[in-house]
Design a protein around this ligand. Sequence first.
Ligand code: NAD
Length: 397
Amino acid sequence: MSFADSELELLRRPRRVFTFTIPVIMDSGKVKIFNGYRVQYNDALGPTKGGLRFHPEVNLEEVKTLAFLMALKSALVGIPFGGAKGGIEVDVRELSGKELERLSRGFIREAHPFIGERVDIPAPDVNTDEKIMGYMVDEYSKIKGEFVPGVVTGKPILLGGSLGRTEATALGGSYVLNKYLETIKKEPKDTSVVIQGFGNVGSNIARILHDDGFKILAISDVNGAIYKKEGLDIKEIFSMQTENGVIPNVKKVNKLTNKEMLELDCDVLIPAALSHQIMADNAGNIKAKIILEMANEPVAPNADTILRKKGITVIPDVLANAGGVIVSYFEWVQNTSNNYWSKEKVYKELESRIIEALSLLLEKYNKLDKEEDMRSVAYSIALEKILKAEKFRGRLK
Ligand code: NAD
């Protein structure tokens, strides 16, 4: 698929970029000023949607890229949202609970004229969680003079959060993987898996795939990796979880570094921790046959061609980890209709949406006879939808 220059020009820059300074009264009584950003990249398909991260390295360029990826993700999986992202430059480890609350409320006081349930809907991301979303919905509702739960997603259940949101990203990835393996006629019991990261996404997908009958050869967290040729007992490992993670507590297994673990011989490698784990310098050593990208951009752009030439299939992040944004959309639907769903309904609707997107992607990908990777095909599908919507709006000829 190719696009005209005028079409690409429209998408080369975000529609709206907001930068804020957020003054916070610290526990010491002194005022500290934090920098905040919100980028609404594209709103052709609906209100913009995307996470809000609190991290010392947050910067505008990164926020713009992530906002664009959110626009592609929503378009690909067919939810009526555009893409946004935001963040605050802050090291949350240096803040007390009260300071974190004041910062979260401060963000809403600066951003409230530009966000809203029909405008732009933030959600949790790195170092932001349901507690912070709770403060945010409270602050926004105070300013508006009415309860507006649909202004953010990822909220506590009692404030309008959705059942099933916590495990949604991992569950979506497991639906995609199971369906993809079905199309290549491979059974879970004959499929070995290596998972990097044991946080929300990594631990949930390890549990789900273990229950589905996959052999989990290795898992890792920031402390390193553990490996067992016969497969790890994930249920037992869960019971060893402490505040410092789980990896150091597991005995009678081989210990590896994260780098070594990525290069293990396996059927499926699941990076579920950080960006840019597979780069040009280690892509040549990867022995997995399939990579399921559960983290955002774990395969760096300079590694894609190397992996394709080695015959490794990369199921891209815009599809593999879209379960989170799909269930965020369900949360918003429940908030705006004031009609709350059972967990079974959330799971069923998630499966149907994400499998529909995978089927459409595979139909196009298989026709191209592997001349392009799955990521390029996914991007083309998403861009085509966004550009069509731009034309219907009359913003593009
Ligand atoms: P998390 O903070 O719960 O877990 C992160 C995990 O990565 C932890 O186990 C941590 O120990 C591990 N880790 C940190 N540094 C590491 C390193 N150097 N090497 C190996 N492991 C390391 O985060 P999460 O919510 O599970 O998100 C993981 C990834 O998935 C991120 O890239 C995130 O952007 C992406 N993602 C998450 C969601 C979601 O719903 N949570 C949705 C879409 C994408």
